[in-house]
Design a binder for this molecule. Structure first.
Ligand SMILES: [Zn+2]
Length: 332
């Protein structure tokens, strides 16, 4: 099995001279059979040092790009302060992210990817789009964005710029809101695809584990779960259209049954696509942690299902000798 890791380089203590620590980590992972590191650009600190460390052990490196961090002057979800206060009172959070409906989103993201591709040509194997979606489906439906882009779309289709609560519930309006959100996120993926093709880079996406709906989304709000399609991330359609090389599902469930159920969903959903399917595993994530035994159980399940690629998510980037031994067992 091809094993990759999502890396944040948070293990680095000496941020001024990160190379020795990065090199030590790369050696550990390489010895465990890991062949690719996916590095989160907002936290790496020094990408040049990271790539030099990776090159020492012939580790492939993929850059993970987050729209909010990557786009120059992104236009975030826009609302009046009173609406933000309502959101906070109801859900305990103010969730803003770049609005995919704003005309600056797709070109801004493509330009950001081009900067990375240009700056590190020949040293990266690919690019992964993270958070390629709207901020959260429930919040988008209940607290619609009022940026210039969203206002213009509603003005054209609905004849108003900001929906009332009753208008927000109308099926036809919901349909159009979701349709243009999906179209605009897709357009950004297409724009990025042109850049990665130009530079000979692979393109993958970090995909919501929940595509439509799953038993593990019991009550709102479900910040980290999706479902993908109401966030504008129709990764099944993108895969069938050949918009990316790989889909990496963020299946971080610590409950075995949920992990299995999501995995079975992913295999069913991608049956007609030629995209490379990589199953994410959350060794340590916002959903909790796995023991080395649980990690082995998941990799074993992937093997039984014929899945040939796994990505290990590890928030803290600390791999115990026991975990590394498990990776070694499955790595090829
Ligand atoms: Zn907007």
């Amino acid at each position: 099995m091809q094993i990759s890791v999502w890396d944040h380089a948070r293990y680095v203590c000496d941020r001024q001279h990160p190379f020795p620590e990065m090199a030590a980590q790369m050696h550990l992972l390489a010895e465990a059979g890991v062949r690719k590191c996916n590095i989160y650009l907002p936290t790496v600190g020094n990408l040049d040092a990271y790539l030099r460390a990776a090159a020492e052990v012939s580790m492939a490196v993929e850059a993970r790009i987050h729209p909010q961090e990557a786009i120059d002057h992104p236009v975030l979800r826009t609302m009046p302060e009173t609406r933000w206060q309502e959101m906070e009172a109801r859900h305990g959070i103010r969730l803003a992210a770049p609005c995919p409906n704003h005309p600056s989103f797709a070109p801004g993201l493509a330009a950001a990817v081009a900067r990375v591709a240009e700056g590190y040509a020949g040293r990266l194997c690919g690019v992964q789009l993270d958070f390629i979606r709207s901020a959260n489906s429930l919040l988008s439906l209940d607290y619609p964005c009022e940026c210039d882009g969203c206002r213009a779309l509603r003005r054209k289709y609905f004849g108003y710029e900001v929906p009332t609560e009753a208008q927000r519930g109308e099926p036809a309006c919901r349909y159009k809101e979701l349709a243009w959100l999906n179209a605009n996120v897709r357009a950004a993926v297409v724009a990025v695809r042109e850049v990665t093709a130009q530079y000979g880079l692979e393109l993958s996406i970090a995909a919501r584990s929940n595509y439509l709906n799953s038993l593990d989304i019991p009550v709102p709000p479900v910040w980290g779960l999706g479902p993908a399609v109401t966030e504008g991330q129709d990764w099944v359609e993108w895969a069938e259209a050949g918009l990316m090389d790989a889909v990496v599902t963020m299946n971080y469930h610590t409950r075995r049954e949920y992990f299995r159920q999501n995995l079975e969903d992913h295999l069913r959903l991608l049956q007609d696509s030629r995209v490379c399917f990589c199953s994410g595993i959350g060794l340590s994530s916002s959903m909790g942690e796995l023991s080395p035994g649980q990690l082995r159980e998941r990799l074993q399940l992937l093997r039984e299902k014929g899945v040939t690629a796994a990505y290990i998510f590890n928030k803290t980037n600390i791999y115990s000798p026991e975990c590394l031994a498990v990776l070694r067992e499955f790595a090829s």
